[in-house]
Structure formats: structure tokens, C-alpha cells
Write a protein that binds this ligand. Structure first.
Ligand code: 5AD
Ligand code: SF4
Length: 471
């Protein structure tokens, strides 16, 4: 695997830290999109804090503002442009440094629009140039000349950048980056480059370190987690086996052995790569949560074919059956897109049918959004906006009905809940999550935070359950 040398980045961090010393400068970061982006933001925060910037949630008092953008759906673009409009005056009045990074910057037409309509930014960088951020920042501080730092490379593996994690109980660990699947609606393979996995040793050591620091839950991240190391094996890219890890299944087994870690989750796997060894590892590893996210996208075999998903409705349902049979207490969540080009009423009814049959714990629903440069955008049979919305509402109604029913089934059961902290809406209550990722609210003292406790569920609400500790 090609690991990038980050010596220059670390040197730049030191230089900026020296310039900033004693100035009490503040930074704000706005993160859009998926958990991989949040993980990247934690690295950006780590670098900024080492450069002596202090975090503030208040954009107005920031001396440095970083936008970490996403481009999976159109609404993120509107959000970025809206925010840029907001900070323009602040830039003019106090010279705030404006940095825009992330996936959206890998799209040429967006950078062009920025230059035309929002030319006051200082740095843009893409997902392949995160490590350049401190170097670019140093140059901006020194000579204030706008920098565009976007590379059209497939991306390498970057190890060793500082990281400042948001949470003290749950930590996310990226195990791979990029995607080779080219689903026809998706922009990710174009902006995050080719699929590449981190070395087993780097991941295992990172998780061990997190366990030492007291983290209890690990979320393994990647665009296609269950094909971890597959591309490397197929293309004979050398990697070093470590503690028996040479695949996703063996990675789960190795992390399961790490003392102190109590829960392991992962997103997102691809149904086509859900091999038996992974199913068996989930069954055998007591720390691996039995809620599995299994993106469906569509329940219609025809639509799935055009989406380039490489499975049929029946294959998906068979996989679910096999998983349900093998893994006791399995629960499932999924992603669904409604209104993909050419989706007919019959196709959509097939999606409803799968949702009905699988009975998901959680469904993330998206209205199809055209992405420049993807095959889906060029298709002529785009679905009318009002039909997309009408289908979305029907799917939502079905999902909400199923979830309400499921919630009722929790009442009276005992659940292992990892307590995450105080409730955001009520300081006197604590919140935690079940194995199936349901939020549970309870009364309890602070010493329960970070502990796994068995709760009796007393009542249910649409988005959370209420429970009590049994003595
Ligand atoms: N339009 C709508 N939803 C999309 N997703 C990805 N690309 C698009 C798009 N163009 C959804 C998929 C994916 C999730 C992360 O975002 O459901 O699984
Ligand atoms: Fe996009 Fe498909 Fe890759 Fe997921 S697997 S990132 S949906 S191309």
C-alpha cells in the first residue's frame, strides 16, 4: 500500500502553531454528509487544535472557518452557498480565513461557481488533499494568496495526522476509502477515488489505543466495508497480515478480542459482498452489534440493474433470510432511493414489498438527486418531481407504521444499553442506545455514563424508548 509521507504537514502544523501562540484564535467547522466526512473533520479539528486554534460553535467569533462539504445529494450545495453568503460580511470586516474542503470540491463546476460567485474564499481542497490543509493554511497566513489544492489522483493512504474526537465513548475508525462500484446514481467513486484499504496493523493499533483511552464503541467506516482488503488481494497489492487479519471477517474477529471495547458497528456494507465468512463473524463475535445496515436502494430487479447494484430483489431477500437464520436477534436498517430514472409504479411497489417483508429497524429514505457526471444524470427518463415526492411520502408512511409497531414490541423487554451521556433536551435524564441503535432515555446518575447497563423498557415514543435500571 502506498502511504503518504506527512512530514511536510506536521512541519506546517508546528509553524502555524508558533505564529498563533498566545493569540487565542478561534475556529469553527461545519461538516456536511456522511460519517466518513465527520471522521475527516475530526482530523481537521485535530490539526487546527495543534495549530493553537480553539473551537467555537459560534461562527461569528471564528477567525478561521472550515466547511467540510458533501456532494452525495443536491441539498448540501444549497446549504454551502447559503452559509457562504452568511460569512461574506464577516470576511470583509475582520478578515476571517475561509476554507472549503471535502467531496464537493472535487467537482469542477462547483469550484468554478465558487470562483464566480463567492471569490472571497482562501483555500479549497479536496478529499485527497486533507494533509495539505496545514501547509495551505501556513501560506495563506504568510501571503494571503488564494489557494486551490485539488488533486485528480485516486488517493493514497494517509496515516498519522492528529485527530480530535467529538465523543469520549464512541469513536469512528475509517478502515478504507474510495469506491469501485460505480452505482449509476452515485458521485462518490468520482470524488473519493479508487477503493483502498488501510493496513490491518494500523487499524488494530488504533482501536487498541482507543480502548486504552476508554472508548467503548467502535464504528468501522468505509464506502464498502465488507470488501475490506479485497481489491488489494485481487490486484496483488502487498499488505501485511496482522493478528490474522486479511479480510473484513477476520478484522471483525480481531477487534472483537480487544479488551475494553464493548461494541463494534460498521457502515456501509454492500449486499453483493456479504460473504458467509462475514455473516459467521457477526454471529460469533459477541461485541459486534446485531443491527446490520444493508443498503437496498430499490426493491425492483429492473431498477437495481440500471443502478448497477449487481443483485436482484430475490438475491437481496435470500441474503436477508440467510442472515436472519444464522444470526440470532438480527435487526436490519437500510438506505432507499425513490424516483431513480425510469422507476415505474410497479418498480416502486416492489420497493414497498421488500420493506414490508424485511421489516427494517430503520430506513434512511432519499429522493433521487441528479449528480453531474454520473450515468443517472444522463438518463432521459427522469421521474417527475411530484411523483418522486408522492412515492417518498408513501414509503415514509409505511416505514413509520412499521417502526411504531416495532417500538411497541420493545415495551416490557430487557435491553443492554450503552449509556452515552446526558439527554440533550432534559439535563436530568441520561440517554443511551440498544444494540439495535434505538435511543433509550432513562433516569440515572452520571456514573452510569460510558457503562453498559441492562434496562427494562417501560414505554415507547416514535424516536426513542424509555427505560429503567433494574436493581
Ligand atoms: N440521490 C439520492 N440518494 C443518493 N444516495 C447516493 N447517491 C444518491 C443520489 N444521487 C444515497 C444512497 C446511499 C446513501 C449514502 O445516499 O442511498 O446509500
Ligand atoms: Fe456510491 Fe454505490 Fe459506492 Fe456506495 S457502493 S459509495 S452507493 S457507488
Amino acid at each position: 500500500m502506498i502511504k503518504v509521507d506527512i512530514k511536510d504537514s506536521l512541519e506546517a502544523i508546528q509553524k502555524v502553531a508558533k505564529i498563533n501562540q498566545g493569540k487565542e484564535l478561534k475556529y469553527s467547522i461545519l461538516t456536511m454528509g456522511c460519517q466518513l466526512n465527520e471522521n475527516d473533520s475530526e482530523k481537521l479539528c485535530g490539526m487546527m487544535e495543534e495549530m493553537n486554534y480553539i473551537k467555537t460553535e459560534n461562527l461569528k467569533e471564528a477567525d478561521l472557518i472550515v466547511f467540510n462539504t458533501c456532494c452525495v445529494r443536491e441539498n448540501a450545495e444549497d446549504k454551502l452557498f447559503g452559509k457562504l453568503g452568511e460569512v461574506k460580511k464577516q470576511k470583509e470586516e475582520k478578515g476571517t480565513i475561509i476554507v472549503i474542503g471535502g467531496c464537493m470540491m472535487q467537482e469542477k463546476h462547483i469550484v468554478e461557481k465558487l470562483k464566480q460567485s463567492y471569490p472571497f474564499f482562501d483555500i479549497v481542497f479536496g478529499p485527497h488533499t486533507t494533509k495539505q490543509f496545514p501547509i495551505d493554511l501556513y501560506h495563506i497566513i504568510c501571503d494571503r494568496k488564494r489557494i486551490e489544492d485539488i488533486l485528480d489522483i485516486d488517493g493514497e493512504i494517509i496515516e498519522g495526522l492528529p485527530i480530535k474526537r467529538e465523543d469520549t465513548i464512541k469513536a469512528s475508525v475509517a478502515i478504507m476509502n474510495g469506491c469501485n462500484n460505480f452505482c449509476s446514481y452515485c458521485i462518490v467513486p468520482y470524488v473519493r477515488g479508487r477503493e483502498r484499504s488501510r493496513e490491518p496493523k494500523d487499524i488494530i493499533e488504533e482501536v487498541k489505543e482507543l480502548a486504552k483511552q476508554g472508548y467503548k464503541e467502535i464504528m468501522l467506516l468505509g464506502q464498502n466495508v465488507n470488501s475490506y482488503l479485497r481489491v488489494e488481494r485481487e490486484n496483488k497489492v502487498p499488505f501485511e497480515e496482522y493478528e490474522g487479519v486479511n479480510s473484513f471477517a477476520t478484522l471483525l474477529r480481531a477487534i472483537n478480542k480487544i479488551e475494553g471495547i464493548e461494541r463494534i458497528r460498521f457502515i456501509s456494507p454492500h449486499p453483493k459482498d456479504f460473504t458467509d465468512d462475514v455473516i459467521e463473524a457477526i454471529r460469533d463475535c459477541e461485541k459486534v452489534c446485531k443491527l446490520i445496515h444493508l443498503p437496498l436502494q430499490s426493491g425492483s430487479t429492473e431498477v437495481l440493474k440500471v443502478m448497477n447494484r449487481k443483485y436482484t430483489k430475490e438475491q437481496y431477500l435470500n441474503l436477508v433470510e440467510k442472515m436472519k437464520k444464522t444470526i440470532p436477534n438480527l435487526t436490519l436498517s437500510t438506505d432507499i432511493i425513490v424516483g431513480f430514472p425510469g422507476e415505474t409504479e410497479e418498480d416502486f411497489v416492489n420497493t414497498l414489498d421488500v420493506v414490508q417483508k424485511v421489516n427494517y429497524e430503520q430506513v434512511y429514505m432519499f429522493i433521487y438527486s441528479r449528480r453531474v457526471g454520473t450515468p443517472g444524470d444522463k438518463m432521459e427518463n427522469q421521474v417527475l418531481e411530484e411523483i418522486k415526492h408522492e412515492r417518498f411520502d408513501r414509503l415514509k408512511a409505511l416505514v413509520e407504521k412499521q417502526i411504531a409497531l416495532k417500538n411497541k414490541q420493545y415495551v416490557g423487554t430487557m435491553q443492554d444499553v450503552l449509556i452515552e451521556g446526558k439527554s440533550k433536551t432534559n439535563e436530568t435524564m441520561l440517554t443511551g442506545r440498544t444494540d439495535s441503535n434505538k435511543v433509550v432515555v432513562l433516569e440515572g446518575t452520571d456514573e452510569l455514563i460510558g457503562k453498559m447497563v441492562t434496562l427494562k423498557i417501560n414505554s415507547e415514543h416514535m424516536w426513542y424508548l424509555k427505560g429503567e435500571v433494574m436493581e
